[in-house]
Ligand binder design. Sequence first.
Ligand code: GLU
Length: 489
Amino acid sequence: MTVRTRYAPSPTGVPHVGNIRTALFSYLLARRLGGQFILRLEDTDRARLVPDSIPKISESLQWLGLDYDEGPDIGGPYGPYTQSERLDQYQAAARRLIEQGDAYDCWCSSERLDAVRAEHQRLKQPPQYDRRCREDAGQAQAKREAEAEGRSPVVRFKTPREGTVTLEDPIHGSTPFDVATIDDFVMLKSDGFPTYHLAYIVDDDAMKITHVIRGDEWIPSAPRHLLIYGALGIEPPVLAHAPRILGPDGAKLSKRHGATSVFEYRDEGYLPEALFNFLGLIGWSLDDKTEIISKAEFIEHFSLERIVRNPAIFNAEKLQWMNGVYIREVIPEPDLVTMFVDRLEADFPPEIPRPIDRQLVAHVVPLIKERVKLLSEVPAYCDFFFTDNLSWSKEELLGKAYAGRPADAKAALGAVATSAVDVTWTHDDIEAALRSLADKLGAKAGDLFSLVRVAVTGKRVTPPLFESMEILGRERCLERLSQAASLVS
Ligand code: GLU
């Protein structure tokens, strides 16, 4: 048997990280077991459809590295992979269930259904359809009314009045449900579109899906699904319900807790590799302690059995830490150079000339990768390597140490320039020269270094000064020292 898993989002908005996490688990299971991972669009809720979100779904999967083997944009042997293009299949399944006595047309008006619901509420009973159309007489009357008003029927499942169905879930174990509490639920709406319950079952069967990993909010619907599987004579796939993701306050993860879309994380400067790692550990663990796990290791070790049952917390600080680890230690330097170049190309102001010098970035990366956690911090941290237009003010240059002493600052900058003329241009020698100069001037080394730092970089917080000066080169440093000297005087 070939393992086939799927990610089946409803295109109702920008993909949410919680939702993508189930995609990630489905992807990992398929790759672990040498199977296929499929993308299917569940666009049957026409009222909530956001057409713009469709391309964003594939884009977010691709960005995260969740390549799929079949899908709406790439096709495959079991297409179409968009539910609105498969209506005939759901309608055929519903007809079959009607013919075999497991479903029926319900012609009741929405006003009547509202009244029934209100009555159930008044009697403090669970709000259920009263099954009028389940009986021939009631159905005939409702049909006459509906036809007079030009309304079409829905198809409801004829839920048995007693019995038990049992959900066997590799994560949650075995859960029996009493079917007597289950409504005669709608499978096909009056516009001919199916509800989720019918649609996904028909599709998973047609697409030979072997394992469904979905959020645990679907557990309460699972007994209905088991009834449909039974009536259609379909052997259910493995149904695994992954724990929901909560914010640190214990509420369902939402905008309130910060970014929720994959694109927001991308734009804030998270690496797809780090987000992959982070999401893979929300509700799953390798051994309860290992935090940094590569995609290859996830694929090698992933198993449904290690998915936990309890809700999992989304810890944004941990994600930021993890992103820093990926930048510092995990991503090979040539790849990091490419990421930095892309970021600088995109984020530098237009005054900074393009294309960005890749060679220069390669020199800068080792200096700054230790110090940034997000790619979005990179441009402001290293712009002075890429432009000679520094915008310091006199106050910034003087700083605390030289405040009110512009003449001393000017003399110090001049002395630095003089000693820079014939020092060997390596960071060690530059540092040694400036230390002995500080001695000579009777200045604190730290004060002198700050002055030089602002003079050559335009800012107070920078990558290591002497390494930066080495990369900038003697000429550019001398030019900046002289400009700074004339600014303070
Ligand atoms: N369309 C459903 C959703 O987005 C899919 C659930 C499932 O994976 O079956 O929640």
